[in-house]
Write a protein that binds this ligand. Structure first.
Ligand SMILES: Nc1ncnc2c1ncn2[C@@H]1O[C@H](COP(=O)(O)OP(=O)(O)OP(=O)(O)O)[C@@H](O)[C@H]1O
Ligand SMILES: [Mg+2]
Length: 255
């Protein structure tokens, strides 16, 4: 990565989150460089998904600052944060299982253009909507499945479609929370390649438990343990970090 790409596109400073008496996120500092693929790893219950919910506006922060491309977004609504350029995957509720792949993606594209439901049938034939939907189908390699009903797609095809829906808002920053969960080796390899290709020119923050995936996909890694980032660095830095080995990785990934 060249020096002029090391601008921070997303920063968290002193972010805290409590649920009642329990402080789950205990002062997180995290920077996502523009153009990088960055993994957030850590043991079960460390708070990774909670950090994602705080960034995307689905949870209110108790304390601290979150900035997207220089603009403070902590406690803004998910819709505003999405319009500001951040998209997160797997908002399953946005998927209509009885509609086709094409129709689902077209809905996602129309949301980007702020089209209301009342006029969507009319607008759906607009060339810009058609072109954008075609582009998404191609990007996630689902052209041949365009007329399949979403509910009947294979597991990894559904993940591909969800990634396409994430891309529909043309985000600067993408958050993926365990996108490879439940996949076979082949599906995982396929999805890693897909993520590499669709995140070109964007910035990615990904939660993933499979260390082979993390090490092959990501430029940098941050390790979250009990609501605190205990290390950030390149895959090699993290592999060789004693604190990380002790706290999390164990023998499993020793090299
Ligand atoms: N809405 C909530 N109310 C109360 N506690 C919560 C809430 N959301 C998360 N927690 C708690 O916060 C802690 C961190 O949960 P979180 O889901 O963020 O962990 P995680 O790192 O994503 O774990 P996993 O790897 O298992 O997905 C857990 O102890 C969880 O029970
Ligand atoms: Mg989680």
């Amino acid at each position: 990565m060249s020096a002029n790409q090391t601008r921070d596109i997303l920063t968290l400073r002193g972010v805290r989150k409590s649920f009642g008496e329990a402080e789950i996120i205990r002062g997180v500092d995290l920077s996502l460089h523009a153009g990088e693929r960055h993994a957030l790893i850590g043991p079960n219950g460390a708070g990774k998904s909670t950090v994602f919910h705080l960034i995307s506006g689905h949870y209110a922060v108790s304390e601290g600052v979150i900035a997207l491309d220089g603009q403070e977004i902590q406690n803004a609504t998910p819709q505003r944060i999405n319009r500001a350029g951040l998209a997160r995957s797997f908002q399953i509720t946005n998927i209509f299982p009885k509609l086709t792949v094409y129709e689902n993606l077209r809905m996602a594209v129309m949301r980007r253009f702020g089209v209301q439901n009342t006029i969507w049938r009319f607008i759906s034939s607009y060339p810009v909507v058609r072109e954008e939907t075609e582009r998404l189908l191609e990007q996630v390699r689902l052209q041949k499945r365009r007329d399949a009903v979403a509910g009947e797609l294979s597991y990894s095809e559904q993940r591909s479609m969800e990634i396409a829906m994430t891309l529909a808002s043309d985000p600067k920053v993408i958050l993926l929370d365990e996108p490879m969960a439940g996949m076979s080796h082949e599906e995982t390899d396929y999805t890693v390649e897909l993520i590499k290709s669709v995140t070109q020119g964007r910035s990615l923050l990904i939660v993933e438990h499979d260390m082979n995936v993390v090490f092959s996909l990501c430029d940098r890694i941050s390790v979250l343990v009990y609501g605190e980032v205990i290390a950030t660095g390149s895959p090699d830095d993290i592999r060789n970090n004693h604190k990380v080995k002790e706290a999390y990785l164990g023998e499993e990934v020793s090299v």
